[in-house]
Ligand binder design. Structure first.
Ligand SMILES: [Zn+2]
Ligand SMILES: [Zn+2]
Length: 320
């Protein structure tokens, strides 16, 4: 039985932190290789972790979704959902440092499997948990049964991601619908999280380049999506590759899509309402250890602690 092969994703960076390596569950970021090696139900997955499975799913759907999952500072909550019409819903979610993955019934109301993990934030000599996924034995369930064993949560998590990777849940087809919701800590008007196109989290919507390969209009002629006009592609293949992500945006109501375009127009959703963020920066203009600690990111996915995201001081922001 062949063992699972992986592709390293060492170059993964959270946007805004080009020099800060990240890890997931205290391991270098990597995903399952199903190009160079076959991944089937017979593959030996004893070396597969839940974190690597999640990485595979999110990265293959959209690298931007993986970045947002890692970016605990920017996105208070993150929810990726795949609805398989009249069958079930799969979910990968995070609220601050707590991860929830699992399967819901067709209506999306009842959890059939809910596994939770806390991302460790402590760093001390005895117990270095910083970044580690610690199964949460108080909030995990299989059907109506509480899961109180960390080992059992770990095993069920590995089986869950293996199953999703075998189903290639990053592809779309008739009856499959992907959605991404994020919640910004400062985004009170949208406290349940808003539907977002992952491409617009860190970059403003831009039909002047190919959504898939970034090639600019002028270098290659681009064609806009004929249905919604909010994405442009250099060729039919690049349009097809983006369809699992673009499909939901394309099928949205004009109002919902308009809201996403509006709030992500200044450098992506991450630049939304920077005026508020600049105000709380002023309050931090103090000396001392406490003030210094406030400037540090609380994101344990950074291999080494980092300063918080640099805030833009673009004059256009004051005009918003
Ligand atoms: Zn292209
Ligand atoms: Zn479209």
């Amino acid at each position: 039985m062949a063992i699972t092969k992986f592709v390293p994703l060492d170059h993964t960076r959270i946007p805004g932190f080009p020099d800060a390596p990240v890890h997931l569950d205290r391991a270098p970021i990597k995903m399952i290789d199903d190009n160079g090696a076959e991944f089937t139900k017979h593959t030996d997955t004893s070396n597969l972790t839940t974190a690597v499975g999640i990485t595979t799913i999110l990265f293959r759907w959209s690298p931007d979704a993986l970045h947002a999952f890692l970016d605990i500072d920017a996105w208070f909550s993150f929810t990726w959902q795949l609805t398989i019409s009249s069958v079930c819903k799969y979910e990968i979610g995070r609220v601050q440092n707590q991860i929830t993955i699992g399967k819901l019934d067709a209506e999306g109301e009842k959890w059939e499997l809910m596994l939770t993990y806390n991302i460790g934030i402590q760093e001390d000599d005895d117990n270095n948990n910083r970044g580690k996924w610690i199964p949460n034995t108080a909030e995990s369930m299989l059907g109506t049964t509480d899961l109180t064993s960390a080992t059992q949560i770990d095993t069920l998590g590995k089986n869950f991601v293996k199953d999703l990777c075998l189903q290639e849940v990053w592809f779309t087809s008739k009856g499959r619908k992907h959605e991404l919701f994020v919640e910004y800590a400062l985004m009170d008007p949208f406290s349940d999280g808003i539907p977002m196109n992952p491409h617009w989290l860190y970059d403003a919507p831009n039909v002047g380049h190919c959504t898939t390969c970034d090639v600019y209009q002028g270098v290659k002629p681009l064609q806009r999506c004929g249905r919604c006009g909010t994405a442009a592609y250099c060729c039919a293949l690049h349009q097809k590759l983006d369809w699992p992500v673009h499909k939901t945006t394309c099928n949205m109501s004009l109002e919902d899509r308009g809201q996403m375009l509006e709030i992500s127009q200044h450098g992506g959703l991450v630049g939304w309402d920077l005026s508020q963020r600049l105000e709380d920066e002023d309050e931090e203009e103090q000396d001392g250890e406490e003030a210094q600690a406030k400037k540090m990111s609380k994101n344990p996915n950074f291999v080494t602690p980092q300063l918080k995201r640099q805030r833009q001081t673009n004059s256009s922001i004051n005009m918003m």
